[in-house]
Design a protein. Sequence first.
Length: 342
Amino acid sequence: MADRAIGFGVATLVVTGALAVVVLAFRRLWRRPSRVRRLAARFSLAAFSTLYVLLALEAVFRFAVDKSDSFGFTLGSRAWFQRHWRPVNSLGYRDRERDLGDLAGKRILFVAGDSFVAGHGIEDIRDRFPDRIESLMGDPWVVLAVAQPGWGTRDEYLAIRSHPASPDAIVYSYVLNDVEGAAESVGFPRPRLVEPPPRALAPLVSRSYLADFAYWRLYRFRNQHLTRDYWDYLRECHAREDVWKVHEQEILDVVHYARAAQIRLVGLVWPYLVDVEASRPFTSRVARLLESAGVPVVDMTAVLSGRDPTELVVNSMDAHPNEEVHALAAKRLFEVLSSGGR
């Protein structure tokens, strides 16, 4: 916030200083009336009026408007993270700090996953599904979010194993892009989806929140195929048997660890929220794999099928689940967790 204020303050001082110089020039150095002077005065008035309007808009987008996006690359999204990505505990997770001593006598539930669990786009962590589950389950349960944006299945598995707390149960939150690590391991990495601004515009877009907002929305409008391209990549990842073979083992590693440690495991499978039905073949495959291993599954594909995608996501730039969808996931998970079955 301080850096944003300093940058805006410098820009305002520069414009105001330039205005003072122009006013002084008209009053002291160019006093004789003429047609050229009148035109210059009108032009100066229009130019500085425009500059101050732009500064006012810049102030709005710099200090009052922050919106997350799916990949977190815009200035507005970075501002959102600076304002809302809290609390962050000593383990680096967006979650409350928990003293291990205070967990004695409690039952511990891990919710492991990526940005869906961490609450990308959710301003208040109390509105994301891990925190809602804790409220629904009540004492003696304590829910710990074990999640970072960008994680895949392998990352989640390692985080579960290395966590200093010992869980009684784990919710394994699966998102279709969790397959990317397996795809990369067999030489099929994610293609570059977003190009940086042209060199001439880059300095402005990287510094001005107004320019950043306008540029990336125009970019999205002119490149509406980007969402489709990413979805095509994910579909191919899930369709390729060489990728699936690696990914299947990653998922089973989570299952086998929980079984060996006698930890109850529940799967939560998320569809692609922009096109729920199109993701059904892939979410069903993951759900069947987990169920065949004896893991109960909440498949959000069935829960969200038929809904307008705009009702499911955070905003037009961010395809993560919104607060309502988090609440639905928490309710379905609570029903499974409170049933007591494995």
